[in-house]
Design a protein around this ligand. Structure first.
Ligand code: S3P
Length: 184
């Protein structure tokens, strides 16, 4: 592993990726990037509007473009959209470009966090039963999320506690990779 690989936060919407990535980037003095914001900037439009006007397939292509751009970067803390990890091409890129951490969260907790703003979430907005939709999507996606390098259970932990835990693991990884490269 590189001495300062990117840290990539993976997980379902509402798992806290962006909040936690910002804290980690401050603590470690690494640059922060949110892939959805990158896409929004590039398209001069918001994610819900991109979905509504150009469709999900277009959004996924933009997501792939953003990941390709990012794959040449180093020393970033990255929060990605909940669906970006599901494509095998994207996942392989992420696994190659950095240390991937899955922020595990339950469906009921996701619903508790986003119930007041789920209408802004393109995959849930039109659903008659958004909690059911979250449950179904989560069941399908968990098999992919668990392929990340490290799983962090976010249940009953604050964003600060989660960030501290991730920073601690990351620092150990760096020390380990440095001592390995000194030996070899
Ligand atoms: C999506 C999650 C969203 C955003 C888009 C699609 C998904 O990002 O990329 O609405 O497929 O789960 P967050 O996970 O940051 O909410």
């Amino acid at each position: 592993m590189k001495h300062h690989p990117n840290i990539i936060l993976v997980g379902f919407m509402g798992s806290g990726k962006t909040t936690i990535a910002k804290i980690i980037s401050n603590v470690l003095k690494l640059r922060f990037i949110d892939l959805d914001s990158w896409i929004e900037k590039n398209n001069k439009s918001s994610v819900p509007i991109i979905f509504a006007t150009k469709g999900e397939a277009y959004f996924r292509t933009e997501e792939e473009k953003a990941i390709k751009w990012l794959s040449r970067k180093d020393k970033y803390v990255v929060s990605i959209g909940g669906g970006a990890w599901i494509s095998e091409i994207n996942r392989k890129r992420f696994l190659h470009m950095g240390w991937c951490v899955w922020l595990k969260v339950t469906a009921s907790e996701v619903w508790r966090r986003i119930r007041n703003e789920y209408k802004n979430r393109p995959l849930l907005a039109k659903s008659k039963n958004p909690l059911q939709k979250i449950n179904n999507l989560m069941k399908k996606r968990e098999n992919f999320y668990r392929l990340a390098h490290f799983t962090c259970d976010t249940t009953s932990r604050t964003p600060e506690e989660i960030a501290t835990l991730i920073v601690g693991k990351y620092e150990k990884l760096i020390i380990h990779s440095k001592s390995k490269s000194v030996r070899s």
